[in-house]
Every structure is written in C-alpha cells, then in structure tokens.
Design a protein around this ligand. Structure first.
Ligand SMILES: Nc1ncnc2c1ncn2[C@@H]1O[C@H](COP(=O)(O)OP(=O)(O)OP(=O)(O)O)[C@@H](O)[C@H]1O
Ligand SMILES: O=c1[nH]c(=O)c2[nH+]cn([C@@H]3O[C@H](COP(=O)(O)O)[C@@H](O)[C@H]3O)c2[nH]1
Ligand SMILES: NC(=O)CC[C@H](N)C(=O)O
Ligand SMILES: [Mg+2]
Length: 537
C-alpha cells in the first residue's frame, strides 16, 4: 500500500526530549520537506522506511549520565547524512569517541558563530552562502571538549571552540546551537542546507501535492466499496478531514457528530447547519448527552473524565456504524444494490496529538491523554483512518482553504473533544454545563465584536469549583468564579497568554457577572505554556 514515505522524501528527527524537537520538524516542512519525529529509542531494524537524512535533537540529559538516552548506533551505518543539534552533536561525538564534559559556565542565549574556512578558502556545505559569521542561539551546560577522530571544526564561538563540526569523509555534522528556534535568524537556512543540499531531499511537501496523493491513498485503502463513518465535531480538523473524505469516496462517507452534553451553547445545531449547508456533507447528529453525563457523574479526576469521554465516543460510533449497516442490509433485502461494510472510522487527529503521545520526554511522559489518541478502546472493531495524522494545524488550515472550506470555518479556534468537561474543574452536572456555556458564549461574542477573534489562537472560559463572596444590589452573594483563558500559539505545543485591551475585559466581566446566574467573579489567566497547559485539565 502506498505510504507517505514512498511519496515524499523523509527526514527522520530522533527526539531526545528537547522542548524544541517538534520545531525541527516544522522548519523542515516549511522548507517543503516532509519530516517526522520519532522517539530516540527507535531502532533502525524496526524502521519501516528509509529516511533521506536524520537529525538528532537536543535533550535535557547529559550524554555521560548513567540514565542518558542513546541512539541506536546502527543509524551511523545507514549511509544517510546525519545532523546532531546540541545534545545531538554531543551524542554523535560521544558515539565516535570524542569527549563531552560540563562547561565552566552554562550558556543560555545568543552567541556569534564564526564560520571556519578550509585551506582553499571554502566554507562547509552546511553554511554555504550564509556569510562568515552568524548570530545563533545556545542552550547548554555541556560541550565537546575533545574532537572525535576524523572530524574537523567548521564553526566556533567565543566559548565553544567546537561549536560546529563535520566528519572528514562522511556526511555527519554536529552543531552546538539551535537552528530550529527563531532566535537563530539564519537557522532555517542552515537546516535547509542540510535537508536540501546535503541530504538532497526534493522540496515537494506542499498541501497541493498532499491533497492529490492523500485522496488517491484513501481510495486505495478503502477499496471500491468500503464505507467510512467519520467523527466530526465542527472543528477545523474533522471538517477538513470530512471534506477530504467526501472528495475521495463521495457518499460512501457518513459523518457523525455526537452531542456529548458538554458542547458549547447551541453547538450541535450550528454544526449541523454548517456542514450540510456550507460543505454538502451528510451529517447525523446523535444526542448522547444523557449517557455521557451519567458516566461522568461525580467524576473529578481529569484523566478519568478524558478516558470516559474517549471510550464513550467509540461506543457511540460503533453503535451508529451498526445501525447504518443494518439499514444497508434492509435496503439490499428489498432489492437495492449492495453496499460495502463499514470498516473504518475517520478521525481528525493531528500531528501534535501524536507527538504528545509518542515523544520521548523521559520518565514523566504523559502530560494529558488526548481523547482521540490515548482514550481509544482496545478492542474496537472499526479501524482508524486519520488523513491528517501527519499534519500541523497551519498545514490543515492551508489544506482547508485548498478544499474551498469557508474562511470562518478554517479560522475556528480549536475545541477539545472532551469539551466543557475539562473546563469544569469539579464534577460535571447539567447545571454546571449551563453556567459555563452561557459565560463562554458571552466571552466569545465580545471577542468577535472587538475584532480580536483571529488574533487569538484559542479562547474559552473555565468554571472553577470554588465560591467567592460578592455584593449585588446591596445583597451578599456567595457564588462561583469564571476564569477566562486566551492564548496565542503557533502550534499549541507552546503558547503565550493574550494581551487584551482593558475595556474589552471590563465589558466581558461585566456581562458575565450580570447575565450568568451563579457567577459573581471573573479572573483572567496569565499563564503561558509551559509551565501551564492551554486547557486547565
Ligand atoms: N462531538 C464530537 N462528535 C464527533 N466526533 C468528535 C467530537 N468531538 C471530537 N470528535 C473527534 O475527535 C477528533 C479530535 O478532536 P479535536 O477537537 O482535536 O479536532 P477537531 O474538533 O476536528 O478540530 P479542532 O481541534 O479545531 O477543534 C475530531 O477530529 C473528531 O474526529
Ligand atoms: O481534541 C482534543 N482532545 C483532547 O482531549 C484535548 N486536550 C487538549 N486539547 C487541545 O489541545 C491543545 C493543547 O492543549 P493543552 O496545552 O491543554 O494540552 C489545545 O488546543 C486544547 O484545546 C484537546 N483536543
Ligand atoms: N539543549 C541541549 O540539547 C542541551 C544538551 C545537554 N543537556 C547540555 O546541557 O549541554
Ligand atoms: Mg474539536
């Protein structure tokens, strides 16, 4: 079966747990080269494709630590170019009998890299055409103190004599700085020199290319008769996935939206209209709010909420698939032509969901279980089809535009599948859901009115399980608190809180306390990710 690696040259990024690993992947893709992140524990014999090049990421570890993660030494025999970044450089040198030790002063910030010239005056291919000197960004406490044999220096900084090295005869490179962060202004070009010039990757990773190839792949996977049901939420990801599926297999695709009782105000109705009217996708809305809310009764633990919702979603999808099949059998019995079995469940899973679930982050790997990755049932009958599994959000939006999905849909803020259940910090009840729906609706309405919606990556209200004292109409009140969250983020792996004009916040706060019964106080969340996360649970 055609595989993405057969269709696009692939750069493999081995992740040693750096907070910037996913940025390396992004930079490659911005250069139109397909790149994939895998944990550093990936063994070469179990790799089901051959990369055109490998990048070793940074890491919070030191290579000489007893518990430090190490790469499968087979990577060095694969015969493809390798670039080590920071820890990646140290790991490569350590493997090749160089020496890594603690720096006298750990270095965190800008440095000037002097590019070294060879005897003939030429610079290394990694820095070709980028000048004699470049500003780079460093974040390390260790450095190379002795060169591995058969390597030479291609760049140095004031404190790091071996800031950039290359093998004498093989395409192996190491750099102490981080080219993937924007603080290294020429960093993307350095990555470009590696993936394009040194690895020789074809730069054809574009959404235009992806659409055609993905539609062909979906047709092949589903066969001439296979039918797919799709979990759609009205969010960007599932909408784009549904539209792509519709293009690929037409009415053999059935979209299903589940009202899980923790959607936003009037959402089921709005999404129904939007998908039917704007996209022509046939959609069934299943009201399963009683089932979800009864299973969530009394549950406070965030991970349990996520798992209950993830599992219940699958129960509903399987039941709906069974209903559709029974209907097809009845039609067939009454003489209609036969329809294929529903074998597949479409999900709008994105690459960050996958990265957060697989990446190598040391002992405390799981931060939270995204309902569509970690919350799935083990013995589910439907097979998953996830056409966006390799894409970042901005790639999905670009894909959506190419599929002529209206801009207001493409620009929608993400909304998590577990919905308001992970924004109600205590137990979830219908009353609590109602309060949060009303507050959230006012918040988003005012953001739109102020023309700020598209400047914010995601905004929502959170209902806190505490009560505070207030005064209204000269009477004492003792009611709950709403926290407002708004963030700006490139890819939701990191995020900054949004700087609201004060008058907008004032209006929001005043409307919420006036219009939402049960709330007498509103706060604004000024935490970035990290150390916080976007959602509160
Ligand atoms: N209420 C729902 N009904 C059916 N499927 C859902 C629902 N909520 C989430 N899903 C499924 O879970 C997937 C992941 O949800 P997620 O919120 O990450 O994506 P999205 O809703 O498509 O897009 P966005 O991130 O922009 O909200 C969705 O793509 C969809 O397949
Ligand atoms: O579909 C989803 N199912 C989930 O279980 C889930 N948890 C978080 N999110 C969304 O992911 C982004 C990052 O959120 P966190 O910083 O809270 O992990 C933000 O956009 C969150 O809204 C989810 N989306
Ligand atoms: N950013 C990094 O990869 C750091 C690597 C290693 N932990 C050091 O301090 O040098
Ligand atoms: Mg969503």
């Amino acid at each position: 079966m055609a595989d993405i690696h057969d269709q696009f040259d692939t750069i493999l990024i081995l992740d040693f747990g750096s907070q910037y690993s996913h940025l390396i992947t992004r930079r490659c893709r911005e250069l139109n080269v397909y790149a994939e992140l895998m944990p550093c524990t990936q063994t070469i014999k179990d790799l089901n494709f051959k990369p055109k090049g490998i990048i070793l990421s940074g890491s919070p570890y030191s290579v000489y630590d007893a518990d430090a993660p190490h790469v499968d030494p087979e990577v060095f025999s694969l015969g493809v170019p390798i670039l080590g970044i920071c820890y990646g450089l140290q790991e490569m040198a350590w493997n090749m009998k160089g020496k890594v030790s603690k720096c006298d002063h750990r270095e965190y910030g800008f440095a000037q890299l002097q590019v070294s010239k060879s005897g003939s005056g030429s610079v290394d291919a990694l820095f070709e055409g980028l000048g004699d000197e470049m500003q780079v960004w460093m974040s390390h406490g260790d450095q190379l103190s002795e060169m591995p044999p058969e390597f030479h220096i291609i760049g140095r900084t004031q404190t790091a004599p071996y800031a950039a090295i290359a093998h004498d005869s093989k395409p192996f490179y190491g750099i102490q700085f981080h080219p993937e962060v924007t603080h290294s202004p020429l960093g993307k070009q350095v990555i470009g020199r590696f993936v394009l010039n040194i690895c020789g990757c074809a730069a054809h990773w574009t959404m235009e290319e992806f659409i055609g190839k993905e539609i062909a792949r979906i047709r092949q996977v589903c066969g001439p008769k296979g039918r797919v049901i799709g979990a759609v939420s009205g969010g960007v990801d599932s909408t784009v996935a549904a539209k792509l599926m519709h293009e690929a297999i037409g009415d053999r695709f059935h979209a299903i939206m589940v009202d899980n009782g923790v959607l936003r105000l009037n959402e089921a109705k709005q999404v129904h209209e939007m998908l039917n009217k704007d996209l022509g996708v046939n959609l069934t809305v299943v009201d399963a709010s009683d089932l979800f809310l009864s299973r969530l009764e009394g549950v406070e633990d965030p991970e349990r909420k996520r798992k209950i919702i993830g599992n219940t979603f699958i129960n509903i999808f399987e039941a709906e698939a069974a209903k559709l099949e029974e209907q097809a059998e009845r039609e067939e019995a009454s003489g209609a032509s036969s329809k294929g079995k529903i074998e597949w469940l479409l999900q709008g899973t994105l690459y960050p969901d996958v990265i957060e679930s697989i990446s190598f982050k040391g002992p405390s790997a799981t931060i939270k279980t995204h309902h569509n990755v970690g919350g799935l049932l083990k013995d589910m009958r439907l097979k998953l089809i996830e056409p966006l599994r390799e894409l970042f959000k901005d790639e999905v939006r670009a894909l959506g535009r190419l599929l002529s999905i209206p801009e207001h849909l493409v620009q929608r803020h993400p909304f998590p599948g577990p919905g308001l259940a992970i924004r109600i910090l205590g137990p979830v009840t219908r009353d609590q859901v109602k309060i949060l729906q009303l507050a959230d609706n006012i918040y988003i309405e005012e953001i739109r009115k102020a023309g700020l919606y598209n400047q914010i990556s995601q905004a929502f209200a959170v209902l806190l399980p505490v009560k505070a004292v207030g005064v209204m109409g000269d009477k004492r009140t003792y009611e709950q608190v709403i926290a407002l969250r708004a963030v700006q983020s490139e890819d939701f792996m990191t995020a900054d809180w949004f700087f609201f004009p004060a008058d907008v916040l004032r209006r929001i706060s005043s409307r919420i306390t006036n219009e939402v019964e049960g709330i007498n106080r509103v706060t604004y969340d000024i935490s970035s990710k990290p150390p916080a996360t976007v959602e509160w649970l």
